[in-house]
Ligand binder design. Structure first.
Ligand code: TYM
Length: 329
């Protein structure tokens, strides 16, 4: 069975973008692959950290993974900081990455371009930690939204470089990016990504938003003055984004939605999408509350830790040997 691995950072509140671009994909593949899904909490401290919020976001994330349908019987679900090998291999891979390639990572470049001050060294080197997350588990595939694809490509480069230098050590992973919903856009500025860190609350649907409020956000989403319902991301990005959300949540193809709405107005379409989002969140949140109340999260993470630990330990032992750290047999 091929292996798949992915993770989400518990910074900020999870968005509909995280669900459509990532979590939905994990669930789709959980029967087909041996799956490792984790909470990337070491990555969460690359930006200013509030421990109280981090604890809350971490609990929410595990509960939302389960509420969305990840089955702990099929998937190894774990907390990154429980497995010290992530940081250990992260360092070894940092020493096999170049400043130039890290400087080319768009997420870092964007923050520099925006003039953000006091960026941490951890933020700069985090793609090396992400490479370690993936390579520790010999993942064949890594399902991610489009914004993370570049990091998986860097992981491939690092793996190939390491294998060439020291002999076959790592599986070279492939990014898996969904066709519909690899980048869900802001509802108020539909050329920008819908993001956890957005300040404008109307732009983002959070998975734990009041479902009625989420419907209102859809109703007031920015569209255009063309007045024709068609899928044209370049000229009608707001409408294309709404069609994508509807298609991803309902499973109906975008073409078919467009056809049903020929000759109709945006308002009517928004009503349907608003209702879809409201129902989706209502169901998800009911499960989320049950899961939190059941106390199952702690057990799931304890099991996941044990399973992930066994794999990570072996891999780091192999890498240490390759690097010359093991001096006695
Ligand atoms: P993070 O936490 O920013 O995002 C988690 C996942 O959600 C996807 N995503 C989106 N997809 C569609 N539309 C959006 N608006 C949207 N916003 C976010 C992201 O592409 C991602 O798949 N560095 C990673 C976490 C990570 C990781 C890993 C992922 C750490 N180690 C190893 C895979 C494998 C991150 O910050 O994702």
């Amino acid at each position: 069975m091929k292996r798949m691995l992915s993770g989400i950072k518990p910074t900020g509140k999870l968005t509909l973008g995280n669900y459509i671009g990532a979590i939905r994909e994990f669930i789709k593949y959980q029967d087909e692959y041996e799956m490792f899904i984790f909470i990337a909490n070491l990555h969460a401290i690359t930006v200013p950290n509030d421990p109280k919020e981090l604890r809350k976001n971490t609990k929410d994330l595990i509960a939302l993974y389960l509420a969305s349908g990840l089955d702990p019987e099929k998937v190894t679900l774990f907390l990154q900081s429980d497995i010290h090998e992530h940081a250990e291999l992260g360092w070894m891979l940092t020493c096999h990455s170049y400043m130039g390639e890290l400087q080319r990572m768009t997420q870092y470049k964007d923050k520099v371009a925006k003039g953000e001050q006091n960026l941490t060294a951890g933020l700069f080197t985090y793609p090396c930690l992400m490479a370690a997350d993936i390579l520790l588990y010999d993942a064949d595939y890594v399902p991610v939204g489009i914004d993370q694809k570049q990091h998986v490509e860097l992981t491939r480069d690092i793996a190939i470089r390491f294998n060439n230098r020291y002999g076959e050590t790592f599986v070279v992973p492939e990014p898996l990016v969904t066709k519909v919903g690899a980048k869900i856009y802001s509802l108020t500025e539909p050329t920008k990504k819908m993001s956890k860190s957005e300040n404008d609350d109307k732009s983002t649907i959070y998975l734990l938003d009041d479902p009625k409020l989420a419907r209102k956000k859809i109703m007031s989403a920015v569209t255009d003055s063309v007045g024709i319902i068609q899928y044209d991301p370049e000229n009608q990005p707001g409408l294309a984004n709404l069609l994508t959300i509807q298609s991803a949540l309902s499973g109906e193809a975008i073409d078919s939605i467009v056809e049903r709405y020929q000759g109709k107005g945006y308002g009517e379409l928004k009503k349907e999408i608003g209702a879809t989002v409201e129902n989706f969140l209502t169901e998800l949140q009911a499960k989320y509350r049950d899961i939190l109340a059941s106390g199952i999260c702690e057990k799931v993470l304890a099991n996941g830790k044990e399973q992930a630990q066994a794999v990570a330990f072996k891999k780091v032992r192999k890498v240490k040997k390759k690097l010359g750290f093991q001096i006695f047999n």
